[in-house]
Design a protein around this ligand. Structure first.
Ligand SMILES: C[S@@+](CC[C@H](N)C(=O)[O-])C[C@H]1O[C@@H](n2cnc3c(N)ncnc32)[C@H](O)[C@@H]1O
Length: 371
């Protein structure tokens, strides 16, 4: 089947996900806030779920129409041939959101959409009652300025759930964001990579997956694998291709943290991700780091000083990070933080910076290129 697919992203990462999609061979991408839209079929659903590192999920756009009344919403939803996608026993979860629209009661909109989907199923299957004990279909009704978009989620648990992180440190970063930080940096496997405040190791692990060209979704399943419309051999083919794509690169990433206990978690996560061989973990205060390699790249997610009383300590930490970078010729430094005066304490204006969200927190990704 031909679908309109949507890769959803965190605000600020749309262009990074679009770049990934281009690399996978997709063209005619449309970028909007928090999403990239493109055309694809069943194989593309499998490829994007298994390969996208920075997207949150892959959705099928089922319909888009204007609606200012419940009747318009009902008819627009009914116009989709739901029975073509959802089997008789399909479990339907309807979620919703509405922004700046006349239809603002989300629970009512969800109810109308469910009614219209079931009505469509009744027409297809010629029956009035559905057990709903089969595969799961999460349908979202999103309304923005009276424009309704109906989507169906193919992913299930978000794409950040790679399957390697059962354990996390105190302020773990989402795997999708960590991958984006690496892709936005100038790191490649010919250079040393250092995360001197690695916590549960998300940045080093995502970097190692990128370095080895290991598909991030290789060790997990996706909700649409249970759908009758998704051929099983498509998944086998994409997984087999992904196994073969793992390269023979050898490289070493240094991951350190002042907190030894969090490093045990980081190491366990790296083992689960199958990349522990490429990461050297060390308990070390960042202030004591000294590089042995000529060329390298620092990527870090330092503490942001969100808690009361931490400000002074954080300022000192950022001063040390700036000093560390200036002592290293031919090294670049990338740091994400919500701390407004980061550049002042780091001691230099970044060559580039980018607005990103870490969870709900507005942050900047400060980028100091190699001198
Ligand atoms: C925001 S957390 C990093 C989270 C990490 N990116 C993850 O995904 O788990 C910041 C880390 O910096 C570490 N840290 C704080 N001060 C440090 C210092 N002076 N030297 C090294 N690590 C430090 C903390 O122990 C904490 O693990």
């Amino acid at each position: 089947m031909d679908f309109k697919l949507i890769a959803t992203t965190t605000f600020g990462l749309e262009a990074v996900t679009a770049k990934e999609l281009k690399k996978l061979g997709y063209e005619d991408l449309e970028l909007e806030n928090g999403k990239v839209t493109f055309d694809g079929d069943e194989m593309d659903i499998a490829i994007c779920n298994i390969w996208l590192r920075t997207a949150d999920r892959v959705l099928i756009q089922m319909a888009q129409f204007e609606a200012r009344s419940f009747e318009e919403l009902f008819q627009g939803t009914l116009a989709v041939n739901w029975g073509e996608y959802i089997p008789e026993d399909g479990v339907m979860h309807i979620t919703g959101k509405s922004i700046k629209s006349q239809l603002h009661s989300v629970p009512d909109c969800q109810g109308i959409v469910k009614k219209a989907v079931v009505e469509g199923m009744k027409n297809t299957y010629k029956k009035d009652w559905f057990e709903e004990d089969g595969p799961v279909y999460k349908i979202e009704v999103g309304i923005l300025k009276d424009l309704v978009t109906l989507t169906m989620d193919t992913t299930g648990p978000g794409l950040h759930k790679r399957g390697y992180r059962n354990l996390a440190g105190e302020a773990p970063m989402k795997e999708t964001l960590a991958a984006a930080l690496v892709l936005l940096s100038d790191w490649n496997t010919s250079k040393e990579l250092v995360d001197p405040m690695c916590g549960s190791g998300t940045i080093p692990i995502e970097a190692a997956l990128i370095g080895k060209n290991i598909a991030p979704g290789l060790n997990r399943t996706f909700v649409c694998e249970q759908w009758p419309i998704m051929p099983k051999d498509v998944w086998e083919q994409v997984r087999e291709g992904a196994e073969k794509s793992i390269n023979k690169e050898e490289f070493r990433i240094l991951a350190s943290d002042i907190d030894g206990s969090v490093l045990r978690t980081a190491r366990d996560n790296a083992v689960k991700a199958g990349v522990d061989k490429y990461i050297a973990f060390q308990t070390l205060p960042m202030e004591e780091f000294s590089a042995k390699k000529k060329k390298g790249c620092i990527i870090c997610n330092p503490p942001y000083g969100e808690r009361i009383g931490e400000k002074e300590q954080i300022e000192k930490l950022y001063i040390s990070l700036g000093k560390m970078y200036r002592n290293l010729d031919n090294w670049s430094c990338f740091a994400i933080t919500s701390f407004e005066d980061f550049q002042k304490f780091f001691g230099a204006k970044a060559d580039k910076n980018r607005k990103l969200y870490n969870g709900r927190l507005l942050c900047y990704y400060y980028q100091y290129l190699s001198k």
